[in-house]
Design a protein around this ligand. Structure first.
Ligand code: F0G
Length: 502
C-alpha cells in the first residue's frame, strides 16, 4: 500500500491535540540565577518601579512588553548582514518599499516625484505620533481626537500638542460576562454623538488595532468599515494605530462571519483600504527590535484635507530623524524589518502566536485567576478589580503595583501595571486621584521567545500571590504621582511590612 494512501486513514493532522511549534530554537541565552532576596533588594533600591529593574536579574519571564522584545529569525539575522548603510536610498529602502506596498496596499508608498510624500520611516511608533500630532496641533485650538483606545504614548503626544484624547471603549470591554470576540471595537454610538456635537473640532478619527489599552482586544472588520463610514460622512480621515495589524487580522479570519476562507494578507489589505493613513510601531508585528512608520493613502482623505502637512512632516522627519529614505533607522534595521513583515502575516506563525496567548490565558484560568476573556492578541490581562475584590485594597493603594513588585521579587517574572496608576492622574489642587475605566496588570508575551512551560510558571506564581491576596499591602507613591506618564518614572514603597513578615 502506498504511504500516501495509508496516511490518509490516520488523518494525522486533525487527530493531534498537541501541536509542535512551527519553528526551532536558533540560538539561546542562559539566564542568570538570583534569589528572591537578591531581587527584592534591588527592586527596593529602585523604588519598586519594575522598569528600572535590571533585565539580567530576571530569572523567570520578562513580560513587561511585547514591543521590540521579539526573537528574530535566522533569515532576519542574515538580512542584518546585508544592511546597506548608505546615507541616501540604501538597498533596504527599496526592499521595504515593496513589502509595505504588498502588505498594506500600493497606495501607501508612492515616492514618485510630483506626488505628495506619503511614507515616513521613524525609529519607533512614538516618533511617528510626535510628527503627526505636532502637525495636527498647529491646525487650531480646542481639537479632539477620538479613538477606541489611545495607547499611553499616543495620548501623551496628542495632549502634548494641546489636543484632547478621548477613548470610546466598547461597552463589552467592561462586561466580564460577555464572550464577545471583538471587545476592542470603538463604541460607534458615542462616536456619532461626539461628531454630532463637536465634529468641527475633530481633525482625524483613530482606531487602534488591536486595542492595547483595551485589553489587547481585536477590532472587527465590520467596526473598521462602520467607523470609516461615519468618519468619512463628516469629511474626516480615519487613521489606524496599526502596531498589531497582523494579529488583528487573524482574529477577523478566525471569528468574523464570512472571513474564514480569506488569506490574512487580503484581510489586512481590506482593513487598510478603509483607512486614510496609519502610524505603526514595527517593534510589534514588524517582528523587529526597532522601527516605526507613518503612512498616508495616496488619494485618501488625509492628504486631501491636509495637503500642506505632507511637506511639514517631511521637514520634521529630516530635522529630527533623517533623510526620508532611512528615517530614524540604520540600513540593517530596515533589512530585518523587510523580512519581519513577511513573517508576521504567515498563517503558521500567527496561529501559533495567538494560540499560545490563548493557552496562557487557560493556564491562568485553571489557577482561578480573574483575567480578561476572551484573551486578545499579545498579552493576558489580569483584572485587578476582581483580583482584589473583597480585600482591604482600595484604588488609591494601587494594588496592581504591589502585584508587579511581588511577582518580580518573589518569582522572577516581570509584568506591567496598566490601570489605576498608569492611566490614572493626580490633581495637586484637590489632592484627589482620578481613576481610569480599566485596571489591569498586563503580561505581554514577546514574539517567538518563550515556551508554554515558561508561561505556565507565571500563572502558577500569580496563583500563589492570589492565595495571599488578603495579606498583600498597597503601596504609597514616594515620587512622581503628579507627573505625566508617571508609571515610567514614579517610585513606591509598600504601606506596611510585606506578605507574611508582619
Ligand atoms: N501604539 C500602540 C498601540 C502601542 O502599543 C505602542 C507601544 C505605541 C503606539 C508606541 O510605539 O513603543 O514604538 O514608540 N507599545 C509598547 C507596549 C511600548 O508595551 O505596549 P513605540
Amino acid at each position: 500500500m502506498e504511504l500516501t494512501r495509508l496516511i490518509r486513514q490516520f488523518q494525522p493532522e486533525t487527530a493531534r491535540r498537541i501541536q509542535p511549534r512551527p519553528y526551532i530554537n536558533h540560538s539561546v541565552e542562559f539566564k542568570g540565577l538570583f534569589t528572591a532576596e537578591e531581587r527584592a533588594r534591588v527592586l527596593d533600591d529602585v523604588g519598586l518601579n519594575v522598569f528600572y529593574f535590571p533585565s539580567e536579574m530576571i530569572t523567570g519571564c520578562d513580560l513587561l512588553s511585547d514591543s521590540g522584545t521579539t526573537t528574530m529569525t535566522n533569515d532576519q539575522w542574515a538580512a542584518l548582514h546585508q544592511g546597506d548603510e548608505a546615507y541616501g536610498s540604501n538597498r533596504g529602502y527599496f526592499r521595504l518599499r515593496e513589502v509595505i506596498r504588498e502588505t498594506f496596499g500600493e497606495e501607501y508608498f508612492s515616492d514618485a516625484p510630483g506626488l505628495a510624500p506619503n511614507a515616513f520611516l521613524f525609529h519607533q511608533g512614538r516618533a511617528c505620533e510626535d510628527a503627526l500630532f505636532s502637525a495636527l496641533g498647529r491646525l487650531g485650538s480646542g481639537l479632539v481626537i477620538p479613538s477606541n483606545g489611545h495607547f499611553d504614548t499616543t495620548q501623551a503626544n496628542i495632549e502634548g500638542n494641546r489636543i484632547a484624547a478621548v477613548n470610546l471603549f466598547s461597552p463589552e470591554l467592561q462586561n466580564p460576562a460577555s464572550d464577545g470576540r471583538f471587545k476592542g471595537n470603538m463604541d460607534t454610538k458615542r462616536l456619532r454623538a461626539l461628531l454630532e456635537t463637536s465634529g468641527g473640532r475633530v481633525p482625524v478619527v483613530y482606531l487602534t488595532i488591536t486595542n492595547n489599552t483595551g485589553g489587547g482586544q481585536p477590532v472587527s472588520l465590520a467596526n473598521v468599515r462602520e467607523v470609516s463610514e461615519i468618519a468619512h460622512g463628516y469629511g474626516l480621515p480615519l487613521m489606524l494605530d496599526a502596531c498589531r495589524f497582523a494579529e488583528n487580522a487573524w482574529f477577523i479570519k478566525q471569528y468574523e462571519s464570512g472571513q474564514q476562507n480569506r488569506a490574512i494578507i487580503d484581510i489586512v489589505r481590506e482593513v487598510f483600504s478603509h483607512a486614510d493613513g496609519f502610524t505603526i510601531s514595527f517593534k510589534k508585528d514588524g517582528i523587529v527590535n526597532m522601527g516605526g512608520g507613518l503612512f498616508f493613502r495616496q488619494g485618501g482623505l488625509f492628504l486631501k484635507q491636509y495637503p500642506h502637512l505632507a511637506d511639514e512632516i517631511t521637514n520634521h522627519q529630516i530635522t529630527k530623524e533623517g533623510h526620508p529614505t532611512y528615517g530614524g533607522l540604520s540600513g540593517r534595521d530596515i533589512m530585518a524589518l523587510a523580512v519581519g513583515l513577511g513573517i508576521a502575516v504567515k498563517d503558521a506563525y500567527l496561529a501559533w502566536r495567538i494560540q499560545q496567548i490563548e493557552r496562557f490565558g487557560r493556564f491562568m484560568q485553571e489557577q482561578g485567576l480573574p483575567i480578561l476573556t476572551p484573551t486578545g492578541g499579545h498579552a493576558v490581562y489580569l483584572d485587578m478589580n476582581r483580583f482584589f475584590a473583597g480585600t482591604r485594597i482600595r484604588p488609591e493603594d494601587f494594588g496592581g503595583i504591589s502585584i508587579t513588585a511581588l511577582l518580580l521579587a518573589g518569582y522572577g517574572h516581570r509584568g506591567c501595571e496598566l490601570g489605576h496608576f498608569a492611566f490614572g492622574s493626580y490633581d495637586p489642587a484637590t489632592g484627589k486621584e482620578a481613576f481610569p475605566e480599566v485596571n489591569f496588570v498586563r503580561l505581554a508575551v514577546p514574539r517567538l521567545r518563550y515556551e508554554d512551560a515558561d508561561l505556565a510558571s507565571v500563572a502558577e506564581s500569580l496563583r500563589l500571590l492570589y492565595d495571599e491576596r488578603d495579606r498583600i499591602p498597597g503601596v504609597e507613591v514616594t515620587f512622581g504621582k503628579e507627573l505625566a506618564l508617571r508609571h515610567f518614572k514614579a517610585r513606591f514603597r509598600f504601606k506596611e511590612s510585606a506578605v507574611g513578615c508582619s
